[in-house]
Design a protein around this ligand. Structure first.
Ligand SMILES: *Cc1c(COP(=O)(O)O)cnc(C)c1O
Length: 419
């Protein structure tokens, strides 16, 4: 399955007249559809489905998902505060972070739960909140990601407590009288379903090692196909396989473990497109390329230049003239040779021409599959391009602005003039 274009010329014109381009365009219908799929995740003894909010944290998205029954995974103390500010109850927020905030104890007292991700975090937590309830994030020793940069399990990854440190963990848990209620692991984004299933049984071994554990959180990382040829994980298929593992565990130990999953990408990736315009073109001769230059780029989507990620793209002609097709290299507006939107798959250094509808200056240009780690992970304000606007296309088709374009002065608002 790949992303579909849900923006036609009429909608593009409407958005253009409201907030201009570039603009992130979220589809409420698509967001609801993917949330419903995650909430239907097969499980043996109960499910808590969380949204990994770092994928796309606009408060409207958080509230939409909360209203459907999702809980949340935060990656930093700041994300916790952002979710609370959006109106999310602290009881629905779980924090798994590389940097435990100074004030984690007051966040816990407000109602959030924490997955401890290192030995030092465990010591700090125990010292501040002896006798407290806690989750433990382990690196099970095996990882899988769409790319090396999104693989967060195995010996080359710093995420979670290394599984061989179990004895030290147990000693600290005893020392501080902690109540370990959850085991957590997240092995990478874009991981293979087969690897994922193997990790489930490794995690159940960890659950075995802590008799107090009632919840197993298996993280996110479900593969989503954005372009033709890329596969989307079928949650029903992996969920059913996993359910059997939970049932066998219960038969063996008498413990009925509650399942938590926390996808980011799966919930949002294909629910958002970037609406931009073709603002220039250039060609580099016989042995060269035809380039289309957009009014967006790495300022809105760094994934192609970071990972060689593939996004579907569509030219929406702004007039009714007859068009053929052309092979283009699509580039962003930054003064940076890496600002390329059509790299070769998995290789940000190489150019890969894309066959598209012949484009003219002023045409609309849609980049699909831009819901996960685009708005949230942009190289915002590079070249002093202001942060883009965001709109939500409501179920009835109405366009609601959910973020205004950043006013230029805001870019330097925190500078202190000493000269
Ligand atoms: C990023 C992250 C996720 C979500 O990963 P996706 O690949 O977007 O599904 C889930 N859990 C944790 C702890 C994460 O850091």
């Amino acid at each position: 399955m790949s992303a579909k274009n849900f923006i036609d010329r009429e909608l593009a014109e409407q958005i253009q007249s409201k907030v201009g381009t570039p603009c992130y365009v979220y589809s409420e219908a698509a967001l609801r559809e993917s949330a419903a799929k995650v909430l239907a995740f097969p499980n043996a003894y109960g499910l808590t489905a969380r949204y990994a909010m770092k994928a796309s944290p606009n408060s409207n998205i958080l509230r939409l998902f909360a209203s459907m029954g999702l809980h949340f995974d935060a990656s930093s103390g700041y994300e916790v505060r952002r979710a609370i500010a959006a109106g999310i109850e602290p009881q629905r927020i779980s924090l798994s972070t590389q940097e435990l905030p100074e004030d984690f104890d007051s966040l816990v007292e407000s109602g959030i739960s924490v997955n401890i991700c290192s030995i030092s975090q465990l010591k700090r937590y125990g010292a501040a909140l002896p006798g407290g309830k806690v989750g433990l994030r382990f690196n099970p020793g095996l990882g899988s990601g769409g790319t090396q940069r999104t693989n967060v399990g195995g010996p080359a990854s710093s995420f979670g407590i290394w599984h061989e440190q179990l004895d030290e963990v147990k000693q600290l848990v005893e020392k501080y009288d902690l109540d370990v209620f959850r085991i957590h692991s997240h092995i990478g984004s874009g991981s293979d379903p087969e690897v994922w299933i193997r990790v489930v049984s490794m995690n159940l071994d960890l659950v075995d090692a802590f008799p107090s554990v009632t919840h197993l959180n298996l993280g996110g990382g479900y593969k989503v196909g954005r372009v033709e040829g890329e596969k989307t994980t079928d949650l029903q298929v992996i969920g059913k396989k996993m359910k059997v593992e939970f049932e066998e565990f219960a038969n063996r130990t008498g413990r009925k473990i509650h399942l938590e999953v926390e996808p980011g990408t799966y919930l949002v990736a294909n629910c958002t497109s970037i609406l931009s315009r073709v603002q220039d073109e250039t060609a580099t001769g016989e042995s060269g390329y035809k380039f289309l230059k957009l009014d967006t780029g790495m300022t809105d989507n760094t994934r192609p230049s970071m990972y060689g990620a593939q996004h579907p793209m569509w030219v929406l002609p702004a007039d009714d003239s007859k068009r053929g097709e052309e092979d283009y290299i699509v580039v962003g507006h930054c003064c940076e040779s890496g600002d390329i939107l059509t790299p070769a798959p998995g290789d940000p250094e190489a150019l890969s021409p894309r066959r598209l509808t012949e484009a003219r200056l002023g045409d609309y240009f849609v980049i699909g599959g831009a819901g996960a780690y685009c708005s949230s992970m942009s190289s915002k304000n590079y070249n002093s391009f202001p942060e883009s606007a965001e709109v939500l296309v409501r179920e009835g088709g109405r366009v609601a602005v959910i973020r205004e374009r950043q006013p230029l002065e805001q870019i330097w608002a925190n500078e202190v003039a000493v000269l």
